[in-house]
Design a protein around this ligand. Structure first.
Ligand code: F6R
Length: 368
């Protein structure tokens, strides 16, 4: 039931505060430690892991790209991310010391299933992050972290993605906790921040009007670009994917630092360019993104900038400014993706497309 929404997708976008809260439920004990009972792989085994490989498809793959930044930072375990359909065909280097993490909303994606079968044949341990109880992928994995998003009916993944991000953070923090790494101390603080995430998402949803107006303004655009850096890069990729799937227009996400290595040639007068700006941190990341905005603006592009409300420089470089809540850099994607989901949903609605059933797409891809 759509409960008064025009599309399942829109309903699912608005369910994200609840979905994220449910995915976090009961993970924290009184001592501020993370509990992940479902990881039935012994702490000793997890301490011996020397490499993590994340395999997934589509939106779940982009969640995996975010996970790589977080997991490597918190655990210092080398982490690769690969599109599942490419994985087994290149004879990947995996052994019993490799932890394979697979992310799948449906738990039935054939490419992903084949990848984990291959990994287990090589003796790797497999942890699945999945939204569907008892699906094939969790059944064939050593352990499962379920996202508690509830059924996702719209073909385009939304609450699937944000809950996958949360599950990846939980896994990364759990590995850091088990291995007693230097970021262990940060775990409690990050978990408290994660617990405030539903509120942060709700804030983005409450301010949707600006994004809806923007979608109406851009309804005839043939092309839209998305730029981001660090974990903002997968957000850019996911924002572009939503637009391709739903509105059938050319959309591309780029790592902002790659701009001058080619994509800047695409920038022209009035081209809509979304830019995700990281929070101010110890590094120069945010400053670099702000100068990327100036570069595209100087070439006449229409810059839609997502940044923290008090980032006055980012605001000054923006044609349209979308405020993001204050979050740690690694957690920002959960909030930053919300306006991009709303934008794609609204643009496709105004264009008259079937948002829940985009052409040529199936909800779960059960053939390789
Ligand atoms: C995009 C989308 C797809 C899926 C991909 C993997 O909106 O839904 O890209 O993310 O097909 O599906 P799962 O997560 O079910 O393995």
């Amino acid at each position: 039931q759509k409960q008064g929404y025009d599309w399942y997708m829109r309903k699912e976008i608005f369910e994200q505060p609840r979905a994220v809260a449910d995915t976090l439920l009961g993970r924290l004990n009184e001592r501020g430690e993370l509990i992940l009972d479902e990881i039935r792989i012994s702490p000793e085994t997890l301490r011996r892991i020397d490499k993590i490989v994340i395999v997934a498809c589509g939106t779940a793959f982009y969640a995996g790209l975010v996970a790589k930044y977080a997991i490597e930072h918190w655990t210092r375990i080398p982490c690769e991310v690969e599109v599942a359909s490419e994985f087994r065909y290149r004879d990947p280097i995996i052994d019993p010391m490799t932890l394979v993490v697979t992310i799948s909303q449906s738990g039935e994606t054939a490419d992903t299933l084949m990848a984990i079968r291959h990994a287990r044949e090589q003796g790797a341990k497999v942890i699945a992050i999945c939204n569907t109880n008892g699906a094939t992928i969790p059944r064939e994995s050593d352990a499962v972290i379920y996202t508690h998003a509830g059924p996702e009916i719209g073909v385009a993944s939304t609450k699937g993605f944000t809950t996958q991000l949360v599950a990846c953070y939980l896994l990364g923090l759990y590995l850091a906790q088990v291995r007693g790494m230097k970021y262990g101390d940060e775990i409690a603080a990050l978990l408290r921040e994660l617990e405030r995430m539903p509120e942060a998402i709700q804030g983005m949803l409450d301010n949707q009007q600006q994004v809806l107006d923007l979608a109406r303004e851009f309804v005839n655009e043939p092309s839209v670009l998305f730029l981001g850096r660090h974990v903002g890069y997968p957000v850019a990729l996911e924002g572009a994917l939503k637009l391709k799937e739903l509105a059938y227009i050319h959309a591309e996400g780029f790592a902002a630092g790659e701009l001058k290595h080619g994509p800047i040639a695409l920038i022209r007068e009035d081209l809509p360019v979304f830019v995700v700006v990281p929070p101010r941190g110890r590094d120069q990341l945010r400053d670099k993104v702000v100068s990327n905005i100036a570069e595209v603006r100087a070439r006449g592009a229409k810059t839609i900038v997502l940044a923290e409300a008090d980032d006055e420089e980012a605001r000054a470089a923006a044609a349209v400014f979308i405020e993001l809540p204050k979050l740690s850099t690694l957690l920002q994607p959960v909030a930053a993706i919300i306006p991009l989901q709303l934008f794609a949903c609204e643009l496709a609605t105004v264009q008259g497309h079937d948002v829940d059933q985009p052409r040529n797409l199936a909800k779960s891809v059960t053939v390789e």
